[in-house]
Design a protein around this ligand. Structure first.
Ligand code: SF4
Ligand code: SF4
Length: 256
């Protein structure tokens, strides 16, 4: 950890950094082993899209999950159990899921500065020859080049959960709530089953178009999952229970 911070340089707003990563470099692929990569729900959605497997299979085969002190589930990419601890998606030609690689792989060598909004650090470690190149970037140019816009949009909505005032005021999720959050945000196939097979979705005041999209479109489902968590776990007013006698008890239970 200390070594890492030694190689970090803070960028002032608009300041450029130099970087160029390509397969001709001697270090090519070196950085894709023995790394901690935290995955956001949108990372998981995109990665499994490439692999055409269910969310459950992806989470079981390629990730490890840990619970933080606040009860939030943190999902990490599981490295292969070999000498190098390589990323399971690392091939001879580089990243085999490049189009859908996670946010942190896109952002490298740029990191958001902890606790400082809109401030970034750039890593300049000697083993990464990319930082010795002449090609210059601002952070904004780098983000555009790496296609992070959609990731940032989805991640900022997930931040409304992870940075919720529930946690700021010392709240901690119990195991059952942590499981509900994990299913609604990471295990989307199971969340869809829960909503539709058990018809829980019928309790929410949603128009037919949204309902249809929830059945077919993972991104729409993830957006709904974020709201579902905020509504059910943090009591935020971001969804509505249908009116009518059938749902009176449910509304009364929530006091809305
Ligand atoms: S997902 Fe791709 S870019 Fe990221 S560590 Fe694995 S191989 Fe490297
Ligand atoms: S230049 Fe840096 S990021 Fe690119 S392959 Fe080499 S070590 Fe990895």
């Amino acid at each position: 950890m200390s070594d890492k911070s030694k190689n970090m340089k803070k960028l002032s707003p608009g300041e450029k950094f130099t970087f160029d990563c390509h397969r001709e470099l001697e270090c090519f692929n070196r950085c894709c082993s023995d790394v901690n990569i935290f995955l956001t729900p949108y990372d998981v959605l995109r990665m499994r899209k490439t692999l055409w497997i269910s969310s459950g299979e992806f989470l079981k085969n390629y990730t490890v999950s840990v619970l933080g002190d606040d009860g939030l589930p943190y999902v990490l990419l599981r490295m292969v159990n070999d000498e190098k601890k390589s990323c399971p998606f690392l091939g001879q030609e580089g990243c085999s899921i490049y189009e859908n690689r996670p946010w942190s792989c896109r952002m490298y060598p740029v990191f958001p500065a902890p606790d400082e909004e809109q401030t970034y650090l750039v890593e300049e470690k000697p083993s990464c020859l990319g930082s010795q190149a002449d090609r210059e970037w601002t952070v904004e140019e780098w983000k555009e080049n790496q296609g992070v816009e959609e990731y940032e949009k989805m991640n900022s909505l997930y931040n409304k959960i992870t940075c919720n005032k529930f946690f700021e005021s010392g709240g901690r999720l119990d195991r059952q709530k942590a499981r509900l959050l994990y299913r609604a945000c990471y295990d989307l196939d199971e969340f869809r089953k829960f909503l539709f097979a058990w018809r829980f979705v019928e309790a929410y005041d949603l128009d037919p178009d949204t309902l249809r999209r929830l059945e077919l479109d993972d991104e729409e489902l993830l957006l709904f999952g974020y709201k579902w968590v905020r509504f059910n776990l943090f009591n935020e007013d971001v969804l509505r229970i249908k009116s009518g006698e059938k749902y009176d008890a449910l509304r009364a239970m929530r006091g809305k």
